[in-house]
Structure formats: C-alpha cells, structure tokens
Design a protein around this ligand. Structure first.
Ligand code: CP
Ligand code: NVA
Length: 300
C-alpha cells in the first residue's frame, strides 16, 4: 500500500490488516504503552474544507506516534492562489514524509499522489471518505465481534460516505442496503463495483432497506459543497431519517452509526441519536486509532 486514496484500491486483506493494527494501537493507547514509531516524521495536512474530527484525530494521532503534524489551510497556501497541485506535491515531498488532504475533487488527491514522491492520505473528497469507513468497520467489529455476513443499511445521499461504505463493507464480506431518493444517483464506478456482489441492494424506500439490518448508518442531507441546495434537499430527503419506526425494522440489537456532524431531526432523531451515542462517539474516537494504523502502514 503506497497511498490511502480510496477503498477501491485496497484488498480485503489490506483492510483487515489495517483494522488489526488499529485494534492493537487502541489497546496500547488505553494501556499507556508508548508507541512512538514515527519519531522524526512530518505529516503535512491540507484542508480545503472544514473539519473537527479529521483534523484533531490526525494531529493527536501523529503526536502519539512521536511524529510532527503540520496543519495547512489551503487558503494560506499558494495553492489557494492558483499554484498547481502537481507543484505543491513536488515541493511538499521534499520537506515532509506524508500528506493528508481534504478537498473537493478525487482527481486532485490522485494527482497529488501521482506527482509527489511521498504517501498521500485522503481525508475526504466529494467521492470518498475512506478514513471514516475504516473507523466505522473497526467500531462494528468491536461491537459485533466479526464483520462477515452482517448487513449495513445506509439511509441518505449518494455521497462520499455512501460510496465508501458500499465499497468497504462489501469488500470485507458484509451486505449493504442503501435507501436514497430518486434523482440522487450513484456514480457509475460505484454501481459497477457493487453489481458483482449479491449482498448489495439499492432502493428509494428506507423501510425496505432497513429490514433485518445489523447496522443503520446515515449522514447529513447536504454535504460540504452542497450548502446552496440545503432547502431543496430538506424537501427531497424528508423521510430519509433514522427514527424509532425505522429502527424497529432492523435487528433488535442493531447499532446506529453516524460519521458526524449530525443534524438532529433531519437525518436522525435526537432520541435515536442519544440512545446510540456510545456507539457514535466510539466511532468518532476510532477515527484516531484507525488513522494511526494508516500512518504506520504508510510511514512506519
Ligand atoms: N466525520 C468527519 O470527517 O468529521 P470532520 O468533518 O469533523 O472531520
Ligand atoms: N458527507 C459529509 C461527510 C462529513 C464528514 C460531507 O462531505 O460533508
């Protein structure tokens, strides 16, 4: 594994290996066993979009590994004034040991990786959010003890989260059902990938998707970059909500996950959110452990 750009690039074995490393790092962190395995290494982090979890979990994780994180807002870089990503890649490759980037286009992340000489990690694009899905799989495995055969149901937009959940869950042997309003269509790359898996189901009806699910997951109706369409989306996504009624269709012991930030009474009710807050905040914590596994795999 040279980069961590999207889950389509990883094999099942590579995903499971990262989850195993993440579990070990979480154990060491909880038991105060030092693991400063990235001493002297620098991670450049470029943000073209807002972030709480990704920024803080990478920054704290890098410190825990003994390395040095550099947080760079794209608007402070010459990139924000038009310097090509290809030149940014070549320059950062001479100072740093890896780059994490959160931006709009997946192509930009792929270009950064192609033009630089150091590992690149995708911290979210419009197409994918692989770090989040690694943390989600870690959280599911912690709670359910294995992944094989479990059914995850995603309710909401055909966005970066849905794309990455479909790929990540199917690759590790889970089933995935997605309920998404008509007119919000998945990219062909994702549909082409998923069509080979019997365990994949796509519907416009949340009540069909949720039946017998082991995990219900959702995300905001309007992602970063879609803010201008928020009002329209509130109409289009009405009913695409994790609430008690939907939860009653899933398995009795179903988990509820949300990558956060959450909009209560939109994609999830406050009641369901609070009843599943332990799982949701464990998921947020696991971002740090999962990303430390990625950092070690790429830079260790
Ligand atoms: N889930 C997630 O990526 O959160 P942030 O946008 O706060 O980084
Ligand atoms: N789909 C959301 C995820 C936020 C972590 C977004 O892109 O804004």
């Amino acid at each position: 594994m040279k980069h961590f750009l999207k889950l389509l690039d990883l094999s099942k074995e590579e995903i499971i290996e990262l989850l195993n490393i993440a579990d070990q790092l979480k154990y060491e962190h909880k038991n105060k066993i030092p693991h400063r395995r990235l001493e002297g290494k620098t991670l450049a982090m470029i943000f073209q979009k807002a972030s709480t979890r990704t920024r803080v979990s990478f920054e704290a994780g890098m410190y825990q590994l003994g390395g040095h994180p550099l947080v760079l807002s794209a608007s402070d870089l010459q990139m924000g004034r038009g310097e090509p990503i290809e030149d940014t890649a070549r320059v950062l490759s001479r100072y740093c040991d890896a780059i994490m980037i959160r931006t709009f286009s997946q192509d930009e992340v792929e270009n950064l990786a192609a033009c630089g000489t150091i590992p690149v990690i995708n911290g979210l694009t419009d197409f994918s959010h692989p770090c989040q899905i690694l943390a989600d799989l870690m959280t599911i495995r912690e709670c359910k003890k294995s992944l094989e055969g479990l059914k995850l149901c995603f309710i909401g937009d055909a966005n970066n989260m849905a794309n990455s959940l479909i790929v990540g869950c199917l690759k590790v042997g889970m089933k995935v059902s997605v309920a998404c309003p008509k007119d919000y269509e998945f990219e062909q790359t994702i549909l082409n990938f998923a069509k080979d898996y019997e365990g994949f189901e796509l519907t416009t009806d949340p009540k069909i998707a949720a039946v017998d699910a082991d995990i219900l997951e959702t995300d905001v109706w309007a992602s970063m970059g879609n803010e201008a369409e928020s009002a329209k989306r509130k109409i289009d996504f009405a009913g695409y909500q994790i609430n008690d009624e939907l939860l009653s269709l899933a398995k009795k012991d179903a988990m509820v996950l949300h990558c956060l930030p959450a909009h209560r009474e939109e994609e999830i009710t406050a009641k369901v959110f609070e009843e599943h807050a332990d799982e949701i905040f464990e998921e947020a914590e696991n971002r740090m452990h999962a990303q430390k596994a990625i950092l070690l795999k790429l830079m260790g």
